[in-house]
Design a protein. Structure first.
Length: 467
C-alpha cells in the first residue's frame, strides 16, 4: 500500500491548516500598518493606541492558547484529529470573513480571536493526524514538511502585505485572500477518514470497531491487492494490540500524563518544545526587521531582508524534509542546536554595549542570523513537532500534544511579551548570551533524553519509552 497520491492526500489538508497559521503570522504586521495608515489618511482603517495595537497582534495567539488548553483537557481526544481539522477550518473561515468585513475595532479583535481558536485546533490536530496516518518510512519527512507549509504561509503573507501596504483598506483584502484556501481545507477535512489509531483507542476491541478502523486504514493506505490487504491486517493487529494495553487510571486524559510510566515521553516532548521557544528563534521571526536595523541596516533594507529570510527558512526546511528519515532525528537536532548556540555566541561577541557596529560587524551579524535561522530549520523547527507526534502513547497522545501546543503558544507569548524590555535592560549582547545559555542546556538534554525514532512504528516507540 502507501501509493504516493494516497500519502499526499492524507498529508495535504493538515499541512494546509499549518500554512494558514503561517499566513496569519506573515500578514499581521503589514495588516496593522495598513490599518493605521489608512485611518491616518482619512480612509478605511482605525486609529489605534499602543494597547489596541497589542490587542490586535496578540488576539490570535490568545485564541490559540484557549483552544490548546481545551484540546489538552480532553476535547481533542473526544473529537479526534480529523474532526478537529473540520472545526479549525470552520473557525478559520468565520474569523477571516469577519475580519474582512468588521465595521469596528472590537469586532475585528474578536474575529482575530476566533481565527486564533482555529490555529489552536489546527496545530493540535495536524501533527497527530499526520503521525498516525503516515507510513513509518515517511513520517519524519511528512511532519517536517508541515513546518515547510507554515514557513511558506509566512512568506506568502509577507509578500501579500507588500502588495497592499499602500492601498486604502488593504488590510481587509489580506484577511479575505485566505478564504479560498480555507474552503479547500474545510472540504478536505470532511472527506478525510478518521485515524484508525484514534478509532481503536476510543472503542472496544469488537467487530464494529475493528471494521470501522480497517475501513479507514484501507482508505488511508489505498489498499487494493491481496498483498496490500495482508499488510493492512498486520498494521491493524499492531494498532489494536497497543490499544488493548490496560490503563488502570480513571483520571482525566491530561492528568494521566503525570503517571510515572509516561515520565520519559512527557519530558522529551515538552522539553524540545520549550527549548525551541527559549533559544529565541521565534522572537527573531517576530522582530526580524528590528533585529536587522539594530545590525546596522536601513529600514528599507531590513524589510527586504525579512522576505529573503523567509525564502532561506523554506530552503533549509526542504533539506530537513529530505534528510530526517535518512539521517535521523538525533543527529539533526544535535548538529542544528550546536550551530544555533555557536551563532548566538558569535552574535553576542559582535554586539558591544554602547558601541556602534562597523560595517564588517553588521554584515557578520546578518550572516550569523541567517546561520542561526537555517540551523533552526534543520533541527527545532520541524523535529520538535515531529517528536511530539511520535513519542506519546496512543492513550494520552491527544492530551500530550495539547499540553505541548499550550506550552508552545504560552512560552511564545511570554518570550514575545518580555523580549523588548529584557533587550532594553541587558542589550543585544545580553539577550543573545541568554539564548545561548539555553542552547547549551538544550544540547545536554537532547543528548541524554532524545531517542532515535527513525523508521520505527508508533507502537515500537511507545514500547521503548514506557518499558
Amino acid at each position: 500500500p502507501n501509493s504516493a497520491p494516497a500519502v499526499l492526500r492524507n498529508f495535504l489538508f493538515p499541512a494546509l491548516a499549518g500554512a494558514l497559521f503561517g499566513w496569519d503570522i506573515g500578514i499581521s504586521s503589514g495588516a496593522l500598518e495598513n490599518l493605521t495608515s489608512s485611518a491616518a489618511h482619512g480612509g478605511d482603517g482605525f486609529a489605534l493606541s499602543s494597547i489596541q495595537s497589542g490587542q490586535f497582534v496578540s488576539a490570535s495567539l490568545f485564541g490559540a492558547l484557549m483552544a490548546s488548553a481545551a484540546c489538552g483537557a480532553g476535547l481533542g481526544e473526544k473529537l479526534g484529529s480529523r474532526k478537529e481539522l473540520t472545526i479549525a477550518a470552520s473557525l478559520y473561515l468565520a474569523g477571516a470573513l469577519t475580519e474582512s468585513f468588521a465595521p469596528g475595532f472590537e469586532l475585528l479583535v474578536f474575529a482575530k480571536l476566533m481565527y486564533g481558536l482555529g490555529i489552536g485546533f489546527a496545530m493540535h490536530s495536524a501533527p497527530v493526524y499526520i503521525s498516525e496516518t503516515a507510513p513509518s518510512s515517511l513520517r519524519g519527512s511528512l511532519v517536517s514538511l508541515k513546518e515547510g507549509f507554515i514557513v511558506g504561509g509566512i512568506l506568502l503573507g509577507y509578500l501579500a502585505s507588500e502588495g497592499v501596504i499602500s492601498t486604502d483598506g488593504g488590510w481587509r483584502q489580506l484577511f479575505l485572500e485566505s478564504t479560498p484556501l480555507i474552503a479547500v481545507l474545510l472540504a478536505g477535512s470532511l472527506w478525510l477518514p478518521d485515524s484508525p489509531r484514534w478509532i481503536a483507542s476510543r472503542g472496544d476491541d469488537d467487530n464494529a470497531t475493528r471494521t470501522k478502523a480497517k475501513d479507514a486504514l484501507i482508505r488511508i493506505r489505498e489498499a487494493k491487492s491481496d498483498v496490500d490487504m495482508v499488510k493492512v491486517n498486520e498494521e491493524l493487529e499492531s494498532i489494536f494490540a497497543a490499544a488493548a494495553v490496560k490503563d488502570a487510571s480513571t483520571a482525566a486524559p491530561l492528568m494521566k500524563l503525570f503517571d510515572k510510566k509516561y515520565a520519559r515521553p512527557l519530558y522529551l516532548g515538552l522539553s524540545v518544545v520549550l527549548f525551541q521557544q527559549f533559544t529565541g528563534q521565534p522572537s527573531v521571526l517576530y522582530y526580524a526587521t528590528q533585529t536587522f536595523e539594530a545590525a546596522g541596516w536601513s529600514v528599507e533594507d531590513a524589510a527586504n531582508v525579512s522576505v529573503i529570510l523567509g525564502v532561506w527558512k523554506l530552503f533549509m526546511t526542504a533539506i530537513a524534509v529530505a534528510k530526517v528519515d535518512s539521517l535521523g532525528r538525533r543527529p539533526l537536532l544535535l548538529g542544528g542546536v550546536s550551530v544555533i548556540t555557536a551563532s548566538l555566541l558569535a552574535l553576542a561577541a559582535l554586539n558591544s554595549p554602547g558601541e556602534a557596529q562597523t560595517v564588517a560587524q553588521a554584515q557578520a551579524s546578518v550572516a550569523c542570523i541567517f546561520l542561526y535561522v537555517g540551523a533552526y530549520q534543520l533541527s527545532f523547527g520541524p523535529i520538535a513537532w515531529l517528536l511530539v507526534g511520535e513519542v506519546f502513547p496512543s492513550k494520552v497522545r491527544s492530551a500530550a500534544v495539547g499540553a505541548a501546543t499550550l506550552s508552545n503558544f504560552g512560552s511564545n507569548f511570554l518570550v514575545s511579551l518580555f523580549l523588548p524590555s529584557v533587550q532594553e535592560q541587558v542589550g543585544l549582547r545580553g539577550t543573545y548570551l541568554g539564548f545561548a545559555s539555553v542552547g547549551v542546556l538544550a544540547l545536554i538534554s537532547i543528548y541524554f533524553t532524545v531517542i532515535e525514532t527513525r523508521g520505527k512504528t508508533l507502537e515500537e516507540i511507545e514500547a521503548e519509552l514506557t518499558k
